[in-house]
Design a protein around this ligand. Structure first.
Ligand code: XIL
Length: 440
């Protein structure tokens, strides 16, 4: 926990305390800079090559493959025991022009060959591959975007890429990766969600969804944790794959990390660069280390959030049958009463054979801010709480209690905060569990 002798001192170690990774995108060309390399090697336990595994780097002309700079990143990562995310096999951008000039049948075989050659070269070394990147359109359509692959091969190219990838390296996790899919109600988010749902229902191999998480200075959308939970409930892992936030506000980084920690199947976070100096958005200074490798306020915020939230461990038993979208109990909104008042409501955010995950929302419903809160409920005896995050578990007679932590006790009128827990249970999660909230 934060502030105790057990708090981890690096991002990677803090994430590892809940079974997660914390990675950075790196460029091979900077690994020779000692401050870059030492910051990266010390703080992170996962890596994504920023450009070195893209099509234009690995197969610049048809059939001639070059892996030199990607290999450099991979061997550095292996020497430090880091997880490696492979990025990316099929993407319309950083695509050499020869690919776009092929006929449909030629393009199909070039795509299959590219996936096969690249995955074979790195076989056994990659934790997760971004098999397809950014295939959906922005805006209201919720459809695939135009690209050489889409335009010549049709909708089926994504499924085909995943099936090919599984056959080449059955041990790598296979991800779909995209941006602007963090807000649950967006058409693009729904389009990707429906694709993943369809893939799972038809047995198309997909293991994970990457949320790029390139945010403006206000950080993630309010419903980000809901989006992650809803995807996870389809039976895939979720990951934050390219996180950066304009101006790097500490609070925006904190809420982003907390969103991941609140979902058992959110297995890790990658920031898109080590230092602001080399960020692809360097004008936005969006990262955790400044141009001189100094730790920014956002660094400390992320470290503290990872340490505080370290109670969540991904379930060891994956869901056997994909649960449907979790039932949510809408928070009640009584008229404000004078003074501090709180109300608690909850939602089942994930469930699997042997357990489930609950997210509780504590809302400040009075006219004055809360300075402390405790939520009480009668936990069914056969459904033991196994882990809790963003609150301290206790008892009050036969009731289970959750008290605020040092960092989330104060809640302004009308605002809310959340905490979560996992329960071991052979039964389905309670759908009507009365929860009460007190202000001490
Ligand atoms: C960016 C790199 O950071 C830049 O160095 C490069 O010039 C362009 O690509 N979405 C992705 C990443 O999936 O691959 C992109 O990386 C950023 C947006």
């Amino acid at each position: 926990m934060a502030g105790t002798a057990h708090a981890a001192g690096t991002l990677g170690a803090a994430a590892a305390s809940s079974g997660r990774y914390f990675g950075a995108a790196v460029a091979a060309s900077h690994l020779g800079e000692s401050a870059y390399a030492s910051t990266f090697d010390t703080e992170f336990n996962a890596v994504t090559p920023e450009n070195e595994m893209k099509w234009d780097a690995t197969e610049p002309s048809r059939g001639s493959f070059s892996f030199g700079s990607a290999d450099q990143i991979v061997s550095n990562a292996q020497a430090h025991g880091m997880k490696i995310r492979g990025h990316t096999l099929v993407w319309h951008s950083q695509l050499p022009s020869w690919v776009g000039n092929l006929s449909a049948s030629d393009l199909q075989s070039a795509m299959d060959n590219h996936i096969t050659q690249v995955m074979t070269h790195f076989k056994g070394k990659i934790y997760a591959w971004d098999v397809v990147n950014e295939a959906f359109a922005d805006g209201a359509s919720g459809q695939h975007r135009s690209s050489p692959f889409q335009d010549k091969l049709g909708n089926g190219f994504i499924e085909h890429a995943f099936r090919t990838a599984r056959s080449v390296d059955p041990d790598a996790k296979l991800c779909y990766n995209d941006y602007n899919i963090e807000n649950w109600t967006d058409a693009k988010t729904q389009g990707v969600y429906n694709m993943v749902k369809d893939f799972k229902s038809r047995g198309v191999p997909i293991d994970c969804v990457g949320f790029q998480s390139h945010f403006g200075s206000s950080g993630p959308p309010a419903g980000f944790a809901t989006t992650l939970a809803n995807f996870a409930s389809l039976g895939v892992d979720v990951q934050l794959t390219e996180l950066d936030i304009a101006q790097a506000p500490a609070s925006a980084y904190t809420s982003t990390v907390q969103a991941c920690l609140s979902v058992a199947r959110c297995t890790g976070i990658t920031v898109w660069g080590v230092t602001d100096k080399y960020s692809w958005r360097s004008g936005d200074t969006p990262l955790l280390f400044d141009g001189n490798y100094g730790k920014k306020a956002a660094y400390t915020a992320v470290l503290n959030a990872l340490n505080a939230g370290g109670a969540t461990t991904p379930p060891t038993t994956p869901p056997t049958s994909p649960p449907t979208t979790p039932p949510t109990t809408p928070p009640t909104t009584p008229p404000p009463t004078s003074g501090p008042v709180c109300a608690a409501s909850y939602a089942v955010t994930n469930s699997w054979a042997g357990g489930y995950q609950i997210e509780v929302t504590v809302k400040s419903t009075g006219t004055a801010a809360l300075s402390a809160w405790t939520v009480l409920w009668n936990q069914p005896a056969d459904q033991t709480v196994s882990q809790m995050w963003n609150a301290v578990q206790g008892t009050n007679g036969s009731l289970t209690t959750a008290h605020n932590t040092s960092y989330n006790g104060s809640v302004a009128p009308g605002a809310s905060t959340t905490f979560g827990y996992l329960a071991n249970s052979a039964d389905a999660p309670a759908s009507t569990l009365p929860m009460s909230c007190t202000i001490s």
